[in-house]
Design a binder for this molecule. Structure first.
Ligand SMILES: Nc1ncnc2c1ncn2[C@@H]1O[C@H](COP(=O)(O)OP(=O)(O)O)[C@@H](O)[C@H]1O
Ligand code: SF4
Ligand SMILES: [Mg+2]
Length: 388
């Protein structure tokens, strides 16, 4: 009983100075036959009402495992340490069942594949209504009305009629809107969107991101937007965390991180963003592969791929340190050197794979990718050098 009233009290507290969600030094390890997979190592962030935090990194960097840890959805063999507090309430150590009341009501998640959240054999209206009734003592009729209202909120035309349809009767984009409706129907304070638009084509992506932001503003929730695509977060988030090899390597305001990155990996990521001004030109992905999470490199995890590596980088894993901007931190011992470079993008400039195939739709989705001009300059310079 004591636990329940403590919890109720924590949930009533509306102290704006207290983060909604506070993740501190989160680590997740999976024991396997090949050794311990250190999927997440020391991830920390605070989320306050209205925050839109982007978590960015290549595939395998620990983004989904971090969010599944917050949701209490990791497999039983996962070893989780650190702290995940929701309005001050510790979630680490709670059972799947205990966390059920947090899921969807307080913290909800949008997955990349809509069918993770939707059941093909029930109408979407029924599923939304049941999700609502799981947390509210209302009649079926009232829950149905709520379902229709939430479909309307996410921009589904003719929501009354559409509520009676099955998931397969919706297009990919419309189905992802239904998933957003499902995620917000219980008015959660935190929405974690894990690559919510990766499976969709670019124009639909733009509409879905727009819908998410509108819903976030209407409900004053906070969003964690997880993606491997920096272009997706550029116009959407106010803070960014860049992940590499299971840990945070750079974090700060979106302008600082995108325009004054202090970690070579981030510069490399920015360089691999498709660039509308480089139609037919090559992109510059980072050479090499992400580290093994069983055998991490000694010292800086990025050292095998880093163009600025020096001997000292192997001495131990660099700390996440404050840079020259407030609230902007980087895990690099050479961030000051990087800050002094005139064209840091050139660090990764090389001719390899990739061309921008559809610049028109890219611009539509990413109206203000901040690096576009810089990169165009770099490539123009390269071109000049090659031909002179
Ligand atoms: N159940 C598991 N057992 C072992 N390794 C896992 C498990 N789940 C995820 N991993 C590993 O953890 C790492 C991080 O995965 P993930 O968080 O899904 O990356 P992403 O950043 O692409 O979302 C990957 O190397 C993945 O293979
Ligand atoms: S610490 Fe060294 S290897 Fe790591 S990112 Fe910085 S310069 Fe590169
Ligand atoms: Mg993932």
């Amino acid at each position: 009983m004591a636990e329940v009233s403590e919890l109720a009290q924590a949930l009533r507290t509306d102290d704006v100075s207290q983060p909604l969600l506070s993740v501190q030094d989160l680590a997740v390890t999976f024991p396997t036959d090949d050794g311990d997979v250190r999927a997440v190592r020391g991830v920390s962030f605070d989320l306050r009402p209205g925050d839109v935090l982007g978590i960015v990194g290549e595939s395998g960097s620990g983004k989904s495992v971090s969010s599944m840890a917050i949701m209490g959805l990791l497999p039983k063999n996962a070893r989780i340490t650190g702290s995940i507090r929701y309005r001050g309430e510790e979630l680490v150590g709670r059972s799947y069942k205990q966390l059920q009341k947090f899921r969807s009501k307080h913290i909800s998640m949008i997955f990349q594949d809509p069918m993770t959240s939707l059941n093909p054999v029930y109408t979407v209206g029924w599923q939304l209504a049941e999700a609502y009734r799981a947390h509210h003592d209302v009649s079926r009729k009232a829950a149905w009305a709520k379902a229709v209202e939430s479909l309307e909120l996410v921009g589904i035309p003719q929501p009354d009629r559409r509520a009676s349809q099955y998931p397969h009767e919706f297009s990919g984009g419309m189905r992802q809107r239904v998933v957003i409706a499902m995620a917000i129907i219980n008015d959660p304070s935190v929405i974690i969107a894990d690559e919510p638009t990766t499976a969709l084509d670019v124009t639909v992506q733009a509409q879905i991101l727009d819908t998410l932001l509108r819903v976030q503003q209407e409900t004053d929730s906070a969003i964690v937007m997880i993606t491997h695509d920096l272009g997706v977060v550029a116009g959407m988030v106010n803070r960014v965390q860049v992940m590499y090899g299971g840990t945070v390597v750079e974090s700060g305001g979106v302008d600082e991180v995108f325009e004054a990155a202090r970690m070579p990996y981030t510069i490399g990521l920015l360089g691999s963003v498709p660039n509308p001004q480089l139609l037919g030109k090559r992109l510059t992905p980072i050479k090499g592969a992400p580290p093994s999470l069983v055998n991490l490199p000694t010292g800086c995890a990025f050292s095998p791929r880093c163009p600025l590596v020096v001997d000292a980088c192997h001495d131990g894993e660099p700390q996440l340190v404050q840079t020259d901007h407030p609230g902007h931190r980087a895990r690099c011992i050479r961030w000051e050197h990087l800050a002094g470079l005139e064209s840091p993008q050139r660090l990764f400039a090389h001719d390899e794979i990739g061309v921008v195939e559809d610049p028109a739709s890219f611009v539509e989705v990413n109206p203000d990718v901040p690096v576009a001009q810089d990169l165009a300059d770099v490539h123009a310079q390269d071109e000049q050098e090659r031909t002179s």
